[in-house]
Design a protein around this ligand. Structure first.
Ligand SMILES: Cc1cc2nc3c(=O)[nH]c(=O)nc-3n(C[C@H](O)[C@H](O)[C@H](O)COP(=O)(O)OP(=O)(O)OC[C@H]3O[C@@H](n4cnc5c(N)ncnc54)[C@H](O)[C@@H]3O)c2cc1C
Ligand SMILES: *[C@@H]1O[C@H](CO)[C@@H](O)[C@H](O)[C@H]1NC(C)=O
Ligand SMILES: *[C@@H]1O[C@H](CO)[C@@H](O)[C@H](O)[C@H]1NC(C)=O
Ligand SMILES: *[C@@H]1O[C@H](CO)[C@@H](O)[C@H](O)[C@H]1NC(C)=O
Ligand SMILES: *[C@@H]1O[C@H](CO)[C@@H](O)[C@H](O)[C@H]1NC(C)=O
Length: 522
């Protein structure tokens, strides 16, 4: 099978080792006309690997593809840490033991690859990891993946017209190798570098110990949050009403003496015995003072559910990406302001003038979108553009289109440099995916069968308001089996969500229950 052959070829091209001195000979790729390096084997990396393999089959082995993954397996954030680490060492994933998906499983799938029968509608993280492993096995992706391989740096050697990516990789045994590629696809995730807020007075607060029990005080980012039992009998302040903050607050509340949940807007607090507070204004040596002047005494731990910075270290060290935290304006080259990476064509291709427009792609940047379907749409688009750069217009034209997109957001009251890759406009997460695929169809790059990329059931599911509470009630009634019986195909999963939504809606109406509208992440 060519998959195995590809693997052997990749290995042989690794025989020339790099010993860390820059005078070492640069390795050449002796086969294939185009080579592509992918970084990361999470949802996004697997999607783009599959799309490139499909293309390779179509182009009759015209691509040489290698995926570097620094960890031991596929799955990205869904693969648990091998061991507990403490700051300043960062965990490999923010995953915590009690994590359940916050979106219905059928909406999280790669198109055409449903979860196995019997999967709970909102399941624990193990199901999602297994799903990614199943996907990698089903599409024979593993032969292309080099595990325990960390990409340390990538730099472009060439001009805006031609050149190659010079990539240095560290293997598990510490050995460094160097290889060059025509194209680089970055799928390294955006939940890895904590966004840390600092408050006036926090250092003095940290130096004090809590009188009664002499316990050391701590400020931790939610990336370090694992077991709620650890907070038994402690007083905890959780900052942030995102998924991580809400989960940490409601889980810790079951064990803690007291939990304060500090949120910007009060309509989305955690469930359970927590006291909702506004934003933290400052710390005094004894207390945490909130914006309304109230304060919390005897606090042991502050958990910052304050999100993540958008960083790509292996492109920053080589200057390919500039880090400018406050930047709201386009400059030369590719820049991250920690929320937005720009300028990118369709959140995918770098429009830096240093290299061709299809030389550097990012998969998985969009937020507030169902990742797997979006990853696939992006990947099909990226693979076709990698094969044929002419599918993109000239760089200037792409930059003008980006200006128009950013202006459109501004006209609706959003700062594009603040919302970054968040798909904030209603329905835009689906329109975005359709737009990518329709563009390819319009240019004849893929066949047009007359259907839209985003299935109508996914658009419908976005408006279901009762599925989550409905499933909770199913679990309380112990009726999971009955509901999941016979549910196998995508259509059957879609129908299950619809039935669940209607069943719960009807019940809540009869009970006269009214809940605030849920914010969905897709
Ligand atoms: C706590 C949490 C809960 C979430 N829950 C949901 C949910 O319920 N529903 C939902 O739809 N989404 C959820 N998400 C969003 C989730 O992040 C995405 O759905 C998706 O899994 C992200 O996949 P990814 O491939 O883009 O990134 P990741 O999963 O982060 O994968 C990136 C991979 O790249 C590798 N990598 C990075 N740098 C290098 C390097 N230099 N060299 C080699 N390899 C490298 C990493 O090891 C990792 O394996 C959640 C996110 C978090 C953080
Ligand atoms: C790939 O390389 C081979 C050998 O150099 C050449 O014959 C072939 O035409 C090339 N294919 C493309 C698409 O450039
Ligand atoms: C990767 O490293 C882990 C931990 O060191 C090891 O158990 C595993 O066998 C390695 N995998 C590969 C493919 O080398
Ligand atoms: C918590 O406090 C209770 C009552 O003071 C005590 O019985 C229990 O052992 C404490 N638990 C831990 C983990 O410290
Ligand atoms: C590449 O795309 C351009 C623009 O759509 C098209 O005209 C051309 O035929 C394509 N080339 C190949 C080899 O498919």
């Amino acid at each position: 099978m060519f998959g195995i052959r590809q693997f052997v070829l990749s290995l042989t091209s690794f025989l020339l080792l790099w010993h860390g001195d820059s005078s070492a000979p640069r390795q050449q790729v002796a086969h294939g006309n185009k080579s592509v390096a992918i970084v990361g084997a999470g949802s996004a990396g697997l999607a783009v690997l599959r799309a490139l393999i499909d293309l390779q089959i179509e182009l009759h082995d015209d691509l040489d593809i290698v995926l570097y993954e620094q960890r031991r397996d596929v799955g990205g954030i869904w693969l648990p840490d091998p061991e507990l680490v403490h700051p300043p060492v960062l965990p490999e994933t923010p995953l915590y033991p009690l994590l359940h998906t916050n979106t219905p499983m059928p909406t999280m799938t790669y198109p055409g690859f449903p979860f196995p029968p019997g999967t709970p509608m909102f399941s624990s993280h193990e199901y999602v990891l297994k799903y990614h492993r199943d996907y990698a096995l089903h599409y024979n992706l593993l032969p292309y993946i080099l595990f325990n391989h960390t990409v340390l740096s990538a730099s472009w050697v060439g001009t805006s017209e031609e050149g190659r990516w010079d990539i240095v990789v560290e293997e598990g045994n510490g050995r460094k190798t160097r290889r060059s590629f025509d194209h680089l696809v970055v799928a390294s995730g955006h939940n890895h570098y904590p966004h840390i807020l600092t408050f006036p007075g926090q250092d003095a607060w940290l130096r004090h110990r809590n009188g009664a029990h002499g316990r050391r005080r701590e400020i931790l980012h939610s990336i370090f949050y694992r077991d709620p039992e650890r907070y038994a009998n402690q007083t905890v302040v959780v900052v942030g009403a995102g998924a991580s903050g809400r989960d940490a607050a409601s889980q810790v509340a079951l064990y803690a003496r007291k939990v304060y949940h500090s949120v910007r807007t009060v309509d989305d607090p955690a469930s359970g015995p927590v006291e909702v507070k506004p934003e933290i204004a400052r710390f005094s040596p004894e207390a945490i003072v909130f914006a309304d002047g109230s304060h919390a005494l005897d606090v042991d731990v502050v958990i910052l559910g304050t999100g993540y910075d958008l960083r790509v270290p292996f492109l920053e060290t080589t200057g390919e990406i500039a880090v400018k935290p406050q930047s709201h304006r386009r400059d030369h080259g590719l820049t991250t302001n920690l929320r937005y990476l720009f300028p990118l064509h369709q959140h995918i291709f770098s429009l830096s003038a240093s290299y061709p427009t299809n030389a550097l792609a990012f998969i998985g940047l969009p937020i507030l979108i169902s990742n797997c379907p979006s990853d696939v749409a992006q990947s099909v688009y990226a693979a076709r553009v990698i094969a044929n750069a002419s599918l993109l217009g000239p760089r200037e034209q792409l930059l003008t289109a980006l200006d128009a997109r950013e202006d459109e957001l501004r006209s609706r009251g959003y700062d594009p440099y603040y919302i970054g890759h968040r798909m904030v406009l209603h329905g835009s997460s689906f329109d975005y995916q359709d737009e990518l695929i329709e563009n390819l169809k319009a240019q004849g790059a893929i066949p047009d069968d007359g259907t839209k990329y985003v299935e109508s059931w996914r658009r419908e599911a976005r408006d279901y308001q009762y599925v989550k509470r409905g499933w909770k009630r199913v679990e309380e009634l112990g009726q999971e089996r009955e509901w999941l019986r016979g549910v196998e195909t995508e259509a059957e999963w879609a129908d299950l969500m619809k039935r669940l939504d209607e069943w719960e809606k009807e019940w809540e109406m009869r009970q006269g229950l009214v809940f605030p509208k849920e914010t969905t992440v897709f």
